[in-house]
Design a binder for this molecule. Sequence first.
Ligand SMILES: [Cu+2]
Length: 472
Amino acid sequence: MHPEADISQDNNDPRLTRRGFMRAAVSVGVVGAVGAAGVSAGAPRAWAARPGPGSRYPLFLPGERSPAGLVLTEAPGTADLGGGSMSNVWAYNGSFPGPTLRARSGDRATIQLVNGLQQETITHWHGMLVDDANDGHPRFAVPPGGSYSYAFTINQRACLNWYHPHPHMLTGEQVNLGLAGAFIVNDTQEDGLGLPAGAYEVPLIVRDATLDRGGNLDYQPRNGGFDGKIPLVNGTVNPYLNVDTALYRFRLLNGANARIFGLVLGNGAPFTLIGNDGGLLAAPVSLTRIDLAPAERLDLLVDFRGMPVGTRVMLRDLRAGWDLLEFRVTRQVNVPATIPATLSTIQPLSNPATTRTFSFDGMSRINGRVYDLNRIDFEVPFGQTERWRFTTKGNAPHPVHVHGASFQVQSRTGGRGTVYPWEQGWKDTVLLEDGETVDILIRFAAFPGIYLIHCHKLEHEDMGMMANFKVV
Ligand SMILES: [Cu+2]
């Protein structure tokens, strides 16, 4: 049933990985042989000891795959984070980040997940509207050597989703060590807009990481949330991307365990925001700064037209003061592109039948309760619009994520006291800070079944800040 046979070989032979290809292409005659995992016990690499400016490395772009007939293996592997040496990571199909899955609304996804780790795992398709047998609930975690077969029809609007492990109490470690990838859904409505595509559409998975002295990804969790020492974009340290004088579409995911990024362009130019978690907004918004919490996504246009060849523009994070990704304008082209004045229609939810309040407290509780895999905490009538109110008694930020439906943010009172432009439209994750109350409207109209609400600060999730509910 699953024709792809590349997987186990990929995991064991770095020459067959994309990193291996990249390394072979750029390092001929340089430092000698690089073997398989575990060779990195020598001196720390320059960037491991001294991250920051200095050398920059080409941004890695994961290969694209269809989710039809896909075998997806989670296993230890190695990746070139940029310097030419191999770092130990955990990877989907030997790729860090995992392959970019791309499908159209209406397509069928048939995916066999294979557990090549030494601990249980299961994969969740974050943002995909699927029945609960396909949602990657932790009760479906499979042991080492086990596998899980997914089969679902993609039935939702165009958007950037992503996939990552979701086993109870192990999600933080598995994601942090490298297991995450983009899942792009396209549809005909989006096709009609003529948005930048091909080389002009680039997925960017932004996260933080800590490397050990051997340059390997190192997960040292803290109760308050993993706090990595360096940024990675698509798994690359200090990355750059050569760009043409063209309009680009960046599909950006905050793939960090716990870190919020304050995104700006170093030249002060605006982003044109056209979409977020659940797809396109009603209309583009021009913004110079966007604060993005873990698991939130952005669909951004950046215009390099009119910039002289040789221009360099840095994507920066103002919160940590990090340089994330340098765009290098290297080629003059004349590719026609326009930014549509209107993008999509957002049908507003309204008239909630009830209000439920969720208090995210301490490091591990929702409404006073720690997660129990086998306990259903509440039931939600199928098709009913509800107001859900998120509050906290402290230890925020809590990026609140709901499985099984997208929602619409209605209000934020206290704290920052506003709903930001990147929180319009359809969302599946919303940031709750201390002192804030965030109201959303939500309606489960896809499938009945057992779904999750949880904090997407993965250390909080792993400690139990999560609840099961049942759509009935
Ligand atoms: Cu939290």
